[in-house]
Design a protein around this ligand. Sequence first.
Ligand SMILES: Cc1ncc(COP(=O)(O)O)c(C=O)c1O
Length: 393
Amino acid sequence: MRIAARMDTIGTESAFEVTARARALEAQGRSIIHLQIGEPDFDTPANVREAAKGALDAGATHYPPFAGIPALREAIAADASARKGFPVEPFQVFVTVGGKGVMLYAILGLVDPGDEVLVPDPGYPIYESLTRFIGATPVPIPIRMANDFRLDVDELASLVTPKTRLLVINSPANPTGGVLTRDDLERIAALAIEHDLWVLADEIYGRILYDGAEHVSIASLPGMAERTIVLDGFSKTFAMTGWRMGYAIVPETLVKTYSQLIINTISGVATFSQVGAVEALIGQQDDVDAMVVEFRARRDLIVDGLNAIPGIECRRPSGAFYVFPNIAGTGLSGAELAERLLQEAGVCVLAGSAFGKYGDDHIRVSYANSQENLTEALGRIRSVVEPLVAARV
Ligand SMILES: Cc1ncc(COP(=O)(O)O)c(C=O)c1O
């Protein structure tokens, strides 16, 4: 039986596959420390869980309005207006299955086969994969450690062609933790306006920031709200990955596009989950604040620990919960080192190349794990890397 030819072009998110392999090793009795997963290890706040349970008992088990329940669209609009620095009306908000849904609809709705989409490299792999899947061409924007994992706007300008339709930015970023500055975003905005580009602004880590770093939504800059799709969601901020809830904030011109795509695919997101999400936004925020405080302590632990291992060089990012150290000093590629760490030390990280070719000399370490496990992992990483580096000199 034949499978559609377009399936040859779709990529993957290796975190899911690597996790399956790590779990298989665990099933054989191996001890594995999971530093590959992009999700908070915290539980969803209790008030959010209670709200969803109450909603189930109160009968919130029917189809929702396809764009989201009014209370949630209103809560998102109010939250975004307050935090993202531009006025958002509920009609611009679409609740989707995960932040991933926003991405899918942006690419399906805005990009034609043959168009070019500018995607960060290293970057979240699904931007590239979905672009190829619909017959368009992903154009990597190199993201370098030497530039603190911020894109170089002059280089970005050199990559724009008459075929460029969409620019994807992600700040704070997966897999690097890099954060774009206001100045970067102003220059990116000028470029988008000059070349009449759509912008997909992935702000899913926008509340996970450290050391006073400012979250600037590109949609808040003059002339940008009308060309920007903001991607945000509940997975990371509220430790709600399993709820599969994200949202798009779109300009009025895309309301019909998002409506049609949602009606044709998911019909909306679980009604009782949406009631929980309202509570996440309007209820107490102490759990989010505490989570960020803990992430910051873990960041320092992992950055200092990795830098103390010869052959590894790690920046101290000001956002998200990942570090993306350069490991070229070990003599291995990121993919080779990730494999050896898993097999020899039971530490599961991702190869930098899983996020694009500019990630080859790196590994991605998620520090969404306890300080105790991170400390243990650092010892295990050292036990693999030290002999490698000693053998090189
Ligand atoms: C940059 C980025 N965008 C979007 C997503 C997708 O989030 P969700 O789980 O809500 O679909 C992720 C998840 O890892 C991510 O890292």
